[in-house]
Design a protein. Structure first.
Length: 327
């Protein structure tokens, strides 16, 4: 079929994409336009998940699902398009401090997730079912079925990630982070299989600490990735994060706030690193880390940008998989 041949001409192998946050979901959507569901699996961070008003909120998974289903809110980057907030408004009227903006359509999905989890389904099974109902055909996998919760250490004490990120608008200084539940967590069988069968891994332009970090922290994940040609799309462009607190976190942890700082963070694990044109001057320093640089326009403003960056990333993957056989 025309679509399939157009897809497979970009890259014929299998890709496991690691994602979290809005940037990650954008590239996952671009990749899904080019690769078949057999070729692309998206492994998603669950460290941002939390319990709120009796609901299990999975922001990174939902952002990927909504983007792949093309029902995402383009202004916020998370949540649903054409959303209303009647339930939220009513909870406010009833005295709830409604700092986390759950829209009505989003709440509908959360109610179904609550019911499925309460019926004993694993998170992987729930997300498979919700994806199917949203018309998403590419596998979207929670990194683990056991809860892992990112806790941010601040001078005010430790706080859950969403408290830090949304309620406190990332204002407290981040001294460090802890992944609560990590000791009991395992990557799911589906995640392990996706990594074992992948010809390449792509780290989407996601926060290296709170989005990609929790996935890499699961037992066996780093070891698997170390065997596979892996490329990173820098989430830092021109010394700034396009969205979210990655730059602030790097600065507060004494790291160089640049794409090079991100490349250093991943050096030894990854083979390729995609830099934006404005960071072309960092390419030699990235190469000196033993990581192959690739310079392009890494900003995704619209749907066409997502596809274009995915085409370029897959072209780069093709070259790396040719070159990185000895990894
Ligand atoms: N981010 C915000 O900045 N404010 C919100 O009120 C908010 C609500 C929200 C509801 C559902 C959802 O899936 C995501 C939501 N997000 C919100 C985004 C989310 O908390 C973050 O983007 C991610 O956790 C960062 O990766």
């Amino acid at each position: 079929m025309a679509i399939n041949s157009a897809r497979s001409s970009v890259f014929g192998g299998r890709v496991a994409a690691l994602a979290g946050g809005v940037g990650g979901a954008k590239l996952a959507h671009g990749l899904a336009q080019l690769l078949t569901p057999e070729q692309l699996t998206i492994i998603v961070n669950t460290g941002d998940d939390f319990e709120h008003l009796g609901l299990t909120i999975c922001p990174d998974i939902d952002t990927v699902l909504y983007n792949l289903a093309e029902v995402n809110n383009p202004a916020f980057g998370w949540g649903r398009a054409d959303e209303s907030f009647h339930v939220l408004e009513e909870t406010k009227r009833l005295g709830h401090d409604a700092w986390f903006m759950l829209g009505d359509k989003d709440i509908a999905l959360h109610l179904l997730r609550r019911a499925m989890l309460d019926a004993g389904m694993t998170l992987t099974e729930v997300i498979y079912e919700l994806a199917r109902r949203l018309g998403v055909t590419h596998p979207v996998l929670p990194m683990s079925d056991q809860p892992v919760r990112t806790m941010i250490r601040t001078p005010e004490g430790e706080m859950p990630f969403q408290e830090y990120f949304v309620h406190r608008r990332t204002k407290p200084v981040m001294l460090g982070m802890r992944l609560a539940g990590l000791a009991e967590a395992r990557p799911t069988a589906q995640v392990r299989a996706a990594l074992d069968e992948a010809d390449a891994v792509i780290f989407c332009p996601s926060n290296p600490f709170v989005s990609i970090g929790p996935i890499l922290a699961l037992p066996g994940v780093r070891e698997r990735i170390a065997r596979i040609p892996t490329l990173v799309i820098s989430p830092i462009i021109g010394g700034r994060a396009l969205k979210g607190p990655a730059a602030k976190m790097m600065q507060e942890q004494g790291l160089e706030v640049s794409a090079l700082g991100v490349a250093r963070h991943y050096a030894g694990l990854v083979d390729g690193f995609v830099l934006d044109n404005v960071d072309a001057g960092l390419a030699d320093a990235v190469r000196a880390l033993g990581v192959t640089p690739f310079v392009t326009n890494a900003i995704m403003r619209d749907r066409a940008d997502r596809r274009r960056l995915a085409v370029e990333a897959l072209g780069f993957v093709k070259r790396l998989t040719g070159a990185a056989g000895a990894k």
